[in-house]
Design a binder for this molecule. Structure first.
Ligand SMILES: [Zn+2]
Ligand SMILES: [Zn+2]
Length: 260
């Protein structure tokens, strides 16, 4: 179906497509709105985020596209603000609050860069106790709205990116569930909006969107809201998996937000 999308990366950070290529893809798909969400600058890891100078260029190019295509599509300049980023969020049209690192003993342990990197961090700082790592992740994300002032929460259970078929840990473990559900409860009390994110499906890591079904049910039970996004890094996959994901949300009777 025709829809808007707000979690989109370009060559200003770790995306494959230029901002203008993304606009063209959104026009072809008939999107009413297209939001860009470059990764905020993180001083401790410059491998995937926008550089400081690149952030200025990103804002300028988004402003140019916004004006150039104003008659045809609504373009928003957003940012995917990492929990540990100290880059300012002023002046953006929206903010996605995301946790890409768990900080432990002064180290920033990547959650989603690769399975090996994740396990190295867990082994070095948690003695291999990946559930303790998950518990710290959820303590952080429970605070993401406070810390980033986000418009919506990005990929809530990102710690499961490499855990298809419970390859790394048991997602039914009571410790895991308690930590994740406590974070849902805290964020729902604050009125947070969660995204239903198909990014890891587009990249072939997962067969289901973030968050997992039991978390969506909890969000639903709180009367919470979701927003559908493909966390797109490639214009050819702008709306990847969103139709089937929308069906999941409809089946669960969760309120869907379509514009921000
Ligand atoms: Zn992210
Ligand atoms: Zn993203």
């Amino acid at each position: 179906m025709i829809r808007s999308t707000f979690h989109n990366h370009t060559t200003f950070c770790d995306g494959k497509s230029s901002a203008e290529e993304m606009v063209q893809a959104a026009l072809a798909a008939g999107c009413p709105s297209l939001g860009f969400s470059g990764h905020s600058y993180t001083w401790f890891d410059e491998s995937y985020c926008m550089s400081k100078a690149g952030t200025d260029a990103y804002r300028a190019e988004t402003a140019r596209l916004k004006a150039a295509y104003a008659e045809r599509i609504r373009i928003l300049c957003g940012v995917e603000q990492d929990y540990w980023s100290d880059a300012p969020t002023d002046g953006y049209d929206f903010v996605i609050g995301s946790v890409h690192y768990v900080r432990k003993n002064g180290h920033y342990l990547p959650v989603d860069s690769s399975k090996d990197t994740l396990l190295q961090g867990v082994n070095a700082q948690y003695g291999g106790d990946i559930l303790a790592f998950c518990e710290d992740y959820y303590r952080q994300i429970a605070n993401v709205q406070n810390k980033t002032g986000c418009t919506f929460v990005g990929h809530f259970d990102l710690v499961t990116k490499f855990n298809e078929d419970s390859a790394l840990f048991d997602q039914d473990d009571p410790r895991y569930r308690a930590a994740a559900l406590a974070a849902v409860d805290t964020l729902c009390e604050q009125g947070a909006v969660f995204e239903l994110n198909t990014g890891a499906m587009a990249k072939g890591y997962r067969t289901a969107p973030y968050p997992a079904r039991f978390l969506l049910e909890r969000i639903r039970d709180h009367g919470g809201k979701v927003l559908l996004n493909a966390d797109c890094h490639d214009a050819e996959k702008l709306l990847f998996g969103l139709d089937q994901t929308e069906q999941l949300a409809l089946d669960l009777c969760i309120t869907i937000i379509r514009e921000i």
